[in-house]
Design a protein around this ligand. Structure first.
Ligand code: AMP
Ligand code: GLY
Length: 405
């Protein structure tokens, strides 16, 4: 099967790496891809948001499956355009992707589906969380414990120009739980933890994600399946009932509170960098699973997770998330790979034959190990082998869980 993969980040490199192992794959193409993906398939200079360009490319290639990574094109309806033209697509159409694109819509669907989420407050008050509606790349959420934070949060959310919601502040352990979905069918993937704050000890601003690990101790296959039954399935049924069935990855960001799990958000795609720990742990073949979901035939698919644990550390530009960096030479990737680690490109470019930085999150270093402590040690040993001027990363990814994980 010929596959066209849409996107250019570490998540898409991990998808490309996993798809490239499938005996069903004949050709891998990416739009626009990145230098890491270019080692696995052919990259085409078509932007992920360019629906018309993607339609033309998919036609030229006669793609058997189009896999869309990022939320932008999904919310914009690129999957609809491709599907209408007859392509098999892994990724929801615009109407179903609103579950990520609009927090107000997500709340309404959850209410109708009877899925528990943070309560919406009539009036903002401390403590609470202020959220701007719409796609904000992790920058539209403000945790307000003090009156000062609340005023600043309200101002910042208003500055984003969208409607805002105030909701109760939930406390607990946060996890990411994905299910491959097709209409009302759902196939749970292993749970993962993401680190969204920029600094060690979870301080500083929110980012796209500074690292991740999987499995989450205490949340094995059985527990994940139970959560998918009570959270993902009712939402998928509600979306189908509305005539907008969801095809793709339904990603639930959950807070495990003392009162039970609560949904923080839904996303309509694979998480980044959770995908970089989940896919390396999967023993099964991803390509037939994505193709089956795209065709609406997910019922009989199984995807087993292996025994190993995985840890990913994001290497970022010095001023990320404020700003990225470009043109700084990167060294040491081969050494890191020789140690057994996987190095996924997230924001890199080739200039005059040289690999350089090109973004905020530059590389994701993933290692597998017998347990989380082992995977963590291997991941950081590989991180040390890579260098570029100003490189920054968290040193506490999977640190506390590794002991008994
Ligand atoms: P979201 O984009 O809605 O997932 O929010 C981004 C991050 O803000 C989440 O990953 C949580 O860490 C935090 N967050 C969002 N909503 C809440 C909430 N109701 N209570 C506590 N933390 C929250
Ligand atoms: N890791 C957070 C996200 O993908 O939205």
């Amino acid at each position: 099967m010929k596959v066209l993969l849409v996107g250019s980040g570490g998540r898409e490199h991990a998808l490309a790496w996993k798809l490239a192992q499938s005996p069903d794959l004949t050709d891998l193409h990416a739009a626009p891809g990145n230098p890491g993906i270019a080692a696995l398939g052919r990259c085409h200079p078509v932007r992920a948001e360019d629906g018309e360009g993607l339609l033309g490319l998919a036609g030229e290639l006669d793609a058997g499956l189009v896999v869309i990574g990022p939320e932008g094109p999904l919310v914009a309806g690129v999957a609809d355009e491709l599907r209408h033209a007859g392509f098999v697509v892994f990724g929801p159409g615009a109407a179903a992707a609103r579950i990520e694109g609009s927090k107000l819509f997500a709340k309404e669907v959850m209410r109708a589906a009877g899925v528990l989420t943070a309560e919406v407050l009539d009036e903002p008050r401390t403590p609470c969380v202020i959220k701007a509606d719409g796609l904000t790349a992790g920058k539209g959420v403000f945790i307000c414990r003090t009156e000062e934070e609340l005023q600043a949060g309200l101002r910042a959310a208003a500055a984003l120009g969208a409607e805002t919601v105030a909701e109760e502040l939930l406390e607990g352990e946060e996890i990411s739980l994905f299910a491959l979905a097709s209409g009302t069918n759902a196939l749970p993937l292993p749970a993962a933890r993401d680190y969204s704050r920029v600094g060690d000890g979870d301080i500083g601003p929110n980012t796209g994600g500074m690292g991740s690990f999987s499995p989450v101790p205490g949340l094995g296959e059985h527990e994940a399946a139970e959560l998918v039954d009570t959270i993902h399935r009712p939402v998928l049924e509600e979306l189908s009932r509305r005539g907008t069935p969801f095809v793709g990855v339904l990603y639930a960001g959950l807070m495990l509170t003392d009162d039970g799990p609560r949904v923080l958000e839904f996303n309509a795609r694979f998480g980044d960098p959770e995908t970089q720990v989940i896919l390396p742990r999967l023993a099964g073949d991803l390509l037939p699973a994505l193709a089956a979901a795209g065709r609406g035939e997910l019922d009989d698919v199984e995807l087993e997770a292996g025994e190993e644990s995985a840890v990913t550390v994001a290497l970022t530009a010095p001023d990320y998330p404020l700003q990225g960096d470009s043109g700084t030479p990167i060294e040491g990737i081969e050494d890191a790979e020789a140690s057994g680690a996987l190095v996924f490109h997230a924001g890199t470019a080739l200039r005059d034959g040289r690999l350089v930085t090109n973004g905020g999150r530059i590389l994701n270093v993933t290692a597998l190990g017998a347990d989380l402590a082992d995977a963590r040690e291997r991941a950081y040993a590989a991180v040390e082998k890579i260098s570029f001027a100003g490189v920054r990363y968290r040193t506490d990814i999977a640190a506390l869980v590794g002991v008994d994980g």
